[in-house]
Ligand binder design. Structure first.
Ligand SMILES: *Cc1c(COP(=O)(O)O)cnc(C)c1O
Length: 498
């Protein structure tokens, strides 16, 4: 038997907990994020894994990190998550375009990559609650830059023993994203717009989460919080799976040979997706470069270049709203690891970030970032990438994927590195129809997003996903908007706590 993996806070003030407890808690009490105390290696070879289905691959990966779940429990969670909610049996297909492989992570219920983890999180969470004899109802509190919200709502709607509250920036998401959320059914769901940006929503949620007074009030009323954001380790672990799966798939198709290195490009916001690739590398997937692609909110680009993280800058609204983020929460996990799993260093840097909005890492820490490469794409470059892929290769991509595509091209030009490359494709083009149509010079302001989707379908011959057609006439069920200072009040109102 492999050694049990335990989880501790990046800020270190607490004892280690089992995987199921870390999933239930979401965020550690000291405000830190749960990190594994060691990263186990894959047991099967990647060649062996290449013969497995997505679900079997998921089991091979997840059993190594969620060590207190039984085989039966894990298989139950996996089978219920990765089923016909996905529109392809492959779950995460690879498409070749212009010499790179696009790993399409948007074939789930809400057509963004968040489904890869959020279709399984409710099962992991309710299983964890059972294992730990939790009697309280679990309240999922989530901040979203657009995609997490809907994916979490879809996952938790009508799940017994849970309630879910989602905060989104009222003017910071696409019309389709907003419509997806405000039409969500399920008595246990609550969707609230805030007058502020994503960082405000995320900071507000973290504050409520770690407030001892509010948590006590909740407990007295039979509730406890957990998180569906990528700060929850139950989000991160399922995301490691598709990096293992895509490498194995390239092996199986003879695109690479045993042991070959690949590069991975990830359009990045909160740093969850790319951190999963980093963990996949530690588990034994030969990833040479982890290319972190940002939009005009290029805090991470500057960080990888200079070793200084500085959020003191203007927040820009872009055509890739799910990456409009200045505080990338999951970077804290990487900081902890490159500090040599040192919670003291992490805690003091995060304190600096909180107080002055910036921090510097040491040269020794910087050296450990050599596998990472940071790049960014302007709006113009993003649109050009969409147009280029469509016109030259007949491949349609969304704005987030286009940021990655553009950064990848610049990386190859700069370095001449022709290693086989996987680009994480994080959303369906139909989630950001107007921007995609603008890129293709076919925008029409007299049409709404649904009419425009029909045009895009005529043009591209790519089917409009069910997730878009089904919300066109759905009733708006959530219309609340609050000031960013009133989030606590809104939570209590929904839970009917005085
Ligand atoms: C969430 C999201 C991202 C950013 O992923 P992180 O894990 O937050 O870095 C990129 N693209 C899309 C479409 C997303 O929904």
């Amino acid at each position: 038997m492999a050694k049990e993996v335990l989880y501790s806070s990046t800020r270190g003030a607490l004892d280690k907990v089992k995987a199921s407890e870390a999933i239930l808690k979401g965020l550690a009490k000291d405000g830190g994020l749960f990190v594994p105390d060691h990263i186990p290696s894959l047991e099967k070879s990647l060649r062996e894994i290449s013969e497995l289905s997505y679900q079997e691959t998921a089991y091979e990966v997840m059993k190594l990190l969620l060590t207190d779940f039984t085989e039966e429990e894990l298989r139950y969670c996996i089978e219920h998550a990765y089923d016909s909610k996905f529109d392809t049996k492959e779950i995460a297909p690879l498409a070749e375009c212009g010499g790179a492989y696009y790993l399409e992570l948007y074939h789930g219920a809400t057509i963004a990559f968040k489904d890869m983890a959020l279709s399984i999180l409710p099962y992991l969470m309710t299983t964890a609650a059972k294992k730990n004899n939790v009697k309280n109802e679990i309240v999922i509190l989530t901040a979203t830059s657009g995609d997490t919200g809907k994916a979490a709502l879809a996952g938790f709607a009508d799940v017994k023993g849970t309630k879910i509250i989602v905060f989104y920036p009222k003017n910071g998401v696409s019309p389709i994203q907003e419509r997806q959320m405000v039409t969500q059914t399920g008595d246990n769901t609550c969707v609230i717009g805030i007058e502020g940006n994503f960082d405000d929503a995320q900071t507000g949620v973290k504050k409520i989460f770690t407030d001892e007074r509010i948590c006590k009030e909740l407990d007295a009323n039979g509730f406890q919080f957990s998180s569906a954001n990528s700060i929850n380790i139950g989000r991160l672990v399922p995301q490691i799976v598709y990096y293992v799966y895509s490498y194995a798939k390239l092996l199986k198709e003879g695109r690479i040979s045993d042991g070959d290195a690949i590069n991975v490009v990830v359009p990045t916001g909160n740093f969850g997706n790319i951190l999963a690739a980093y963990y996949a590398k530690q588990m034994g997937v030969n990833i040479a470069k982890l290319i972190c692609a940002s939009n005009s909110n290029k805090v991470l680009f500057d960080f990888f270049k200079s070793g200084t993280y500085d959020r003191n800058r203007e927040f820009v609204l872009t055509s890739s709203p799910s990456m409009d983020i200045l505080i990338s929460s999951n970077l804290e996990r990487l900081i902890y690891h490159i500090a040599g799993d040192d919670a003291g260093t992490d805690a003091s840097l995060m304190k600096e970030l909180n107080e002055s909005g910036k921090y510097d890492i040491t040269d020794a820490m910087k050296e450990k970032l050599s596998d990472f490469y940071g790049g960014y794409a302007t709006e113009e470059e993003t649109f050009a990438a969409i147009k280029d892929a469509f016109e030259n290769y007949g491949y349609l991509m969304d704005t987030h994927t286009a940021v990655a595509s553009s950064v990848y091209k610049k990386y190859v030009k700069e370095t001449g590195d022709n290693t086989v490359t996987v680009i994480a494709s994080t959303a369906s083009p139909y989630k950001f129809t107007r921007s995609v149509m603008t890129a293709l010079s076919h925008n029409d302001d007299s049409k709404d997003d649904f009419e425009l989707a029909e045009k895009l379908c005529e043009l591209s011959k790519v089917d409009i996903p069910e997730a878009v057609t089904s919300i066109r006439t759905a009733k708006v069920l959530h219309d609340k908007v609050v000031a960013k200072t009133d989030m606590e009040k809104a939570v209590k109102e929904f839970l009917k706590i005085q």
